[in-house]
Design a protein around this ligand. Structure first.
Ligand code: URA
Length: 224
């Protein structure tokens, strides 16, 4: 049963309300009950369905498909990038283009397989011409990422690049100032290590040594 008061209350608070169909123990055989759920109550299946149907900001108009996230849903490491590029939009998976190949090599260097970590982005849709995400777009997408983080419950978050770091930490500080310190994803007290975006490292390979230091910092943190 949909409880109308709960549904209208959630809507009044500005929450997107979805309806969960469930076989309630009290239902007659074959009867399906329905319950209003918000994004922060969704399970993986509901969340990925909600993302795939999302039209909350204008980016849905230009996407080929949404890019939800990939990897081990019980990972210790969660890597968060900016937004899908052309290749990610085409394949429906984060970090599969040139930057993704470098990311995979970085993971291998630290002794991690790509399949052992969970990878997601701040935005689930590709911005046109890979421009920076706009504040209204990141705001629309934020509940999805928050729910992904809550479901994975990683032991560490690696913020890949300025956009990821600024959005996760709610700051406008430049990445050069954010690197080298350990932050916290406040809602769940998860440590965040900020590093350069692999696409930036492709353009500025001399910074790879710093990114390596960041990975070591993250690994050390996990070992404690
Ligand atoms: N850059 C990102 O930030 N994310 C991707 O998925 C691909 C490139």
């Amino acid at each position: 049963m949909i409880t109308r008061s709960r549904s209208s209350y959630l809507k009044a608070l500005g929450s997107d309300v979805w309806v969960r169909r469930e076989l309630a123990a009290s239902s007659a055989p074959g009867e399906v009950s329905r319950r209003a759920v918000t994004v922060n109550e969704m399970d993986w299946e509901e969340l990925s369905a909600a993302v795939s149907l999302c039209t909350k900001c204008g980016l849905y108009q230009g996407r080929f498909q949404t890019v939800f996230g990939v990897g081990n849903r019980e990972a210790d490491w969660m890597l968060i990038g900016e937004a899908p590029g052309a290749e990610e939009d085409r394949q429906g998976e984060p970090f599969v283009g040139r930057a993704g190949q470098l990311l995979n090599a970085m993971l291998t260097a630290i002794g991690l397989e790509r399949s052992a970590v969970y990878i997601a982005n701040i935005l689930k849709c590709r911005p046109p011409s890979n421009r920076d995400p706009r504040p209204e777009e990141t705001l629309c997408c934020e509940p999805y990422l928050k729910r992904q983080i809550a479901l994975v419950k990683p032991r560490i978050i690696l913020a890949l690049g300025r956009i990821a770091a600024q959005n996760l930490l709610k700051t406008e500080a430049p990445i050069g100032r954010m690197r080298g310190k350990i932050y916290e994803y406040e809602p769940l007290k998860i440590p965040i290590v900020v590093t350069y975006h692999p696409a930036y490292l492709l353009r500025s390979p001399t910074q790879k040594a710093r990114a390596w230091e960041d990975l070591l910092t993250a690994r050390r943190l996990l070992a404690t």
